[in-house]
Unconditional design. Structure first.
Length: 173
């Protein structure tokens, strides 16, 4: 894994967490236990702080950044889909961010909310818990169903398991 100290800021990675060799984790980044950090993900906390909770997945090519004196707070069992950008935002527990989405400055995404693929959640927006947000700019279009929670729970556990499997069975050739 590519962990980088930036000045006096040093990343910390929890037990059972997998960080891809091609991911870059820079500065004041605190990654909880049993997380998955995918290939080419960049977690850059040179100005501010990034905190990622237990069992969260930051998939391939994601960018997380914390600006000056700010933080990017990722709750427990959060999924940030391939190629998404999250900047100075708070993603509550069980939130899911779709592939290619942009979650901008000072945004709060409520627990169990789903941000659709390619959606842009603009600066300062607040997404209530259990909401589905789509579009550019993002708008709440529905509430999360019990069936959707069941599906997302399965996906979140799949990434906790993938982190374990990668730690045990992924070997560079």
């Amino acid at each position: 894994m590519a962990l980088f100290r930036f000045e006096d800021k040093v990343p910390a990675v929890g037990k059972g967490t997998y960080v891809s060799d091609s991911a870059e984790v820079i500065g004041d980044v605190q990654i909880g236990e049993c997380c998955y950090i995918g290939p080419c993900a960049v977690l850059r906390a040179d100005f501010g702080r990034i905190v990622i909770g237990y069992g969260s997945a930051i998939e391939d090519n994601c960018i997380l950044h914390a600006g000056p004196d700010n933080s990017c707070d990722i709750g427990r069992y959060v999924t940030v889909g391939h190629g998404a950008v999250v900047h100075d935002a708070r993603l509550s527990d069980y939130a899911s961010i779709g592939m290619g989405a942009v979650v901008s400055n000072n945004v709060e995404i409520g627990a169990w909310s789903i941000v659709g693929e390619g959606c842009v959640v603009k600066s300062g927006d607040r997404v209530p818990p259990e909401s589905i947000v789509v579009g550019v700019p993002g708008k709440v279009v529905a509430q999360v169903s019990a069936e959707q929670k069941k599906y997302w729970n399965w996906g979140k556990e799949a990434y906790v398991d993938l982190a374990r499997r990668c730690l045990e069975g992924l070997k560079k050739l």
